[in-house]
Design a binder for this molecule. Structure first.
Ligand SMILES: [Zn+2]
Length: 113
């Protein structure tokens, strides 16, 4: 008994045969369907899609790993004591005020422990 894939390809070949006026025996239909099925199964290898898909998957894994590393690092950061997490340091000297970026956290207000 044919499985659903064999039946699918037999149906495709049967429709194509009808469209172009071909009369096929059951054995010829099975043979053509089997051949097309084999071609379909090897399409990714023949076209290079299998390799491209594999490379893309490896790229996405690396990208995901990098993002997880960045998230872990960001979560581990501590609030900067130099600027109390503001990222800027304001100092008053007589009539003058200085407002500068915190050198400890580079203006982010948080830094690696
Ligand atoms: Zn700071």
């Amino acid at each position: 008994m044919a499985n659903w894939q064999d039946e699918y390809w037999q149906e495709c070949i049967s429709i194509a045969a009808d469209d172009c006026g071909l009369l096929l025996t059951t054995a010829q239909l099975d043979c053509l369907a089997s051949s097309v099925r084999g071609g379909h199964e090897n399409y990714g290898m023949a076209s290079g899609d299998d390799v491209a898909s594999s490379n893309l998957s490896a790229y996405r894994d690396r990208e995901k790993e990098d993002l997880l590393k960045a998230v872990r690092r960001e979560k581990a950061k501590v609030t900067c004591r130099e600027c109390n997490g503001h990222g800027r340091i304001t100092m008053q000297a007589g009539p003058w005020t200085s407002n500068s970026e915190c050198s400890k956290c580079r203006g982010e207000g948080r830094h690696d422990p």
